[in-house]
Design a protein around this ligand. Structure first.
Ligand code: ADP
Length: 488
């Protein structure tokens, strides 16, 4: 089977969050299972070029129709972690992917609409006929629309589309001019059944287009697929998702066991496993040394996160104060795209600067994230919503006990030490429901209390988490089944 991933991110070269990890991890798993996998990404100027091998121009002067002109593109190819990747580089005055960052530009909708059109034009002209085109998030939502409205008639009639929603909080809602730019007829597609946005008058919704036109739609956890169909977490897409319910399903993400493995991780000071945990003590010591916090008899409560409202920024702040007041240390690694939140967390960092039990690292640091997962005792994730969440899974892999809100993928993967109805050996963390400080405290207090009073039981939670299969093994098989289902 031949699968092409169309994505705005792929770790480690272009990663903003979990999407990058997922596209990379799933592609690797599929390749191991014998699938021929290729990826197509924009050629951002801010990619990690040192992680791309054998980068070379592989297709010159691809002419992509856009608005009333042709934009000339070069397509580069390279190998990222044994995965064959193609990069779309438009040569135009807009410099779509030369902005020094991946997203957050005022013309994001235009940039990724162009990318979608260029991807299909490249496949057509280079004679690439994948069995399945697997598209990710709103940035690739136009791919199935363009395939079935334009490219099917030009001979691309064999490919089927799987479309994955990583976060319905970002849908690509934009003006109808985008349709004309990519060559779609607004009269034909700007309808309530197709791309018309359900909430904003006269706007189109690129994610909705992907849902309507794709052959199968997945969310990144089963719980999130229920939540977006039946609650306001669907952000206006509930009716569309329910109308297409027979082709919508949730597949829980995995994590890459080659990247996240405490037994072999070279970025941590001591390796360990669920049957030989002593290395984790050394990692805790090393983390304290690196972050210059006290070496005392207390648990380390940690956060590794984008800092935004989705991630429960207010409760993250509360977790810091609560931990410090309740015989625990607190460590945060996070970055905020929003100016106001960035300033708020810098203010907090300065305020707590002299506290010897606390460290805030504001920024993005892959190596430190490994050291925190290994050295911490608990990881707090108080998300407002969480399509899947990888950090709780990574934490469990490293024997760090998650303290999470009961939503989305967090609810699918974390089972409360005291209140879950799963068997004891599957309980692996602490869960709370209410999005309030009291809610958070109800779980965090139990975690800190257990660490101090019942270390054996706490240790059991660690090993329960470590013994689960959180790899890409199960989701890889599920995706393969979906591909086969839509392809045959
Ligand atoms: P999201 O995709 O919503 O940001 P996920 O939990 O799905 O959240 O994935 C987050 C990924 O990004 C994880 O691999 C996590 O380790 C990583 N990450 C988040 N913030 C940072 C940071 N400040 N530094 C390093 N890695 C980070």
């Amino acid at each position: 089977m031949f699968v092409v991933m169309v994505s705005p991110e792929c770790a480690p070269v272009a990663k903003v969050g979990g999407l990058g990890d997922v596209v990379h991890g799933l592609s690797r798993e599929l390749a191991i299972r014998g699938v021929t996998v290729e990826l197509i990404l924009p050629m951002y100027d801010c990619m990690k070029y040192d992680r791309i091998f054998d980068l070379q121009k592989s297709y010159s002067d691809l002419r992509v129709p856009f608005h009333d002109e042709w934009i000339h593109c070069d397509i580069y190819s390279g190998v990222v972690d044994e995965l064959k990747c193609f990069f779309v580089k438009p040569n135009s005055t807009e410099r779509f992917f030369e902005r020094g960052r991946f997203y957050g530009e005022s013309d994001d909708a235009e940039r990724f609409a162009f990318f979608s059109r260029a991807v299909l034009e490249f496949m057509l002209k280079s004679g690439k006929h994948p069995d399945v085109i697997h598209c990710h998030d709103w940035q690739a939502g136009l791919v199935p629309v363009l395939l079935y409205e334009i490219y099917e008639r030009q001979g691309m009639d064999k490919s089927r589309v799987c479309y994955t929603l990583h976060n319905v909080g970002h849908q690509g809602v934009t003006g109808e001019h985008i349709l004309r730019q990519v060559g779609l007829d607004p009269v034909a597609v700007m309808t309530p059944q197709k791309l018309l946005d359900p909430t904003h008058a006269n706007a189109i919704n690129l994610m909705k287009g992907g849902i309507v036109y794709a052959n199968f739609v997945t969310t990144v956890s089963p719980r999130y697929s229920e939540e977006i169909r039946h609650t306001e977490l669907g952000e206006g897409l509930q009716d569309t998702l329910n109308l297409h319910a027979d082709k919508v399903g949730g597949v829980l993400n995995g994590i890459d066991y080659n990247v996240w493995n405490p037994e072999t991780d070279t970025q941590i000071s001591a390796n360990y496993s669920s049957t030989a945990l002593s290395g984790k003590v050394g990692d805790k010591k090393a983390l304290r040394q690196r972050l210059m916090i006290n070496d005392v008899f207390k648990p380390i409560v940690a956060v590794v996160s984008r800092l935004d409202r989705q991630k429960g920024a207010d409760l993250i702040r509360h977790a810091a104060f609560y931990s410090l007041a309740n015989h625990a240390q607190f460590v945060l690694l996070g970055s905020a795209a929003e100016e106001e939140l960035n300033a708020a967390f810098w203010g907090l960092k300065h305020y707590l600067n002299d506290n010897p039990d606390c460290h805030f690292e504001i920024g993005y640091d892959e190596e430190l994230s490994h050291q925190i997962y290994a050295g911490a005792d608990m990881l707090v994730i108080p998300s407002v919503y969480e399509p899947c969440g990888l950090t709780q899974m990574i934490a469990m892999r490293y024997g760090t006990v998650p303290v999470v809100r009961n939503t989305g993928g967090l609810a699918d993967t974390v089972f409360d030490a005291n209140y879950s109805d799963v068997p004891f050996e599957q309980r692996n963390g602490f869960v709370f429901s209410e999005l309030t400080t009291e809610g958070l405290e109800s779980a965090l207090s139990r975690g800190i209390g257990l660490w101090h009073r019942y270390p054996e039981y706490f240790r059991q939670l660690r090993t329960n988490g470590m013994n689960q299969d959180l790899s890409w093994n199960n989701p890889g098989r599920d995706y393969l089944n979906i591909y086969e289902h839509i392809w045959t």
